[in-house]
Ligand binder design. Sequence first.
Ligand code: G3I
Length: 367
Amino acid sequence: MSINLKKIKQLSLCIILQGGLLLNNRSTAQTVQSKGLKDYYKDYFPIGVAVSPQSLKDPQQAALILSQFNSLTPENAMKMGPIHPEENRYYWKDADSIVAFAQAHGLRVRGHNLCWHEQTPDWLFKGADGKQVTKEVLLKRLKDHITAVISRYKGKIYAWDVVNEAIDDDNSKFLRNSLWYQICGEDFIVKAFEYAHEADPNAVLFYNDYNTERPEKRERVYQLLKKLVDAKVPINGVGLQAHWSIYEPDQKDLIETIKRFSSLGIKVQITELDISIYPWEKNKRSLRPGESDAYTADLEKKQADKYAEVFKVFRDYKNVISGVTFWNISDKHTWLDEYPVIGRKNYPLLFDQNFQPKKAYWQVVNF
Ligand code: G3I
């Protein structure tokens, strides 16, 4: 066996390199562990994440949450259906577990949400006779619900999404034709904020919606917010859900939305951030035969660039943006795996399916 010095040199070089990379990853991992998003943005705004009780029970996810985030939003546990399944019965267990985790670790909590057209309990809009309830009955039920839920977490939840997604998707319309609207007209929105403020005068109260960067939706949301502010309804802020993609919004539209809404003197928060690698589709469907859901290097770069772009805007407007929350923790579990294409894997967050930081993460923290 002839000793090939050149080969040995090459071999040792790559061992050194590997060692270096490993060291680098280990130290980077340590860096991630020791310094998280919340630390990189401590001079800007809190960084939050939407969670389920299950994710808090998983040691790996719990550790990642504590190292990266300083605010929690219950993904589903505090919605009317899950927390108030029967008129005379509340299911507090899941919501309590999220608030207890936050209390134990000094994390803020955003309550989500008190009045929405989805995930409502079956009893809400119907009377004992099965007929649709009157406006008076529905507003009483809304008041009882808001009072019960806010009072239970008073002083432990600093902000609430009081009304969620009340603007119609159709640009020619104003308010969504939900059962809330059909039974109560516009009053349910005003009343919801008044009931919430009465239950906790210190809570920061938000109107929350999506596609708020699209000019036609932005103007209708602005119209609603201005009406509420002018009528001295106790609204304190607007939540931009930010279910975005590598295709939208562009920087101009995002900045215009932040400026337009904050011009009303209310706070702005990013409440449900994720950046899909696919274009937006309104209607649900199944994956088509041969349709790819691969996470290519090109898509990862486009996503990292989009995350860098929007976080630059967030930093530039830190005086009006009072919080940024991600909708889910990592690509391991995201609602975008089931919507709008059932069974199409999406990769919308900063941590991959092994809870490791992605290229986008480093673009967000290296500024
Ligand atoms: O809890 C039931 C479970 O008992 C049942 O076995 C299972 C099977 O159907 O469903 C479970 O409920 C699901 C629930 O999530 C909890 O996992 C509902 O079907 C499912 O529709 C619900 O999806 C949630 C969706 O809101 C409902 O519209 C998503 O997790 C949640 O991420 C999503 O979040 C919304 C925000 O609240 C508002 N903005 C948009 C955002 C994305 O749609």
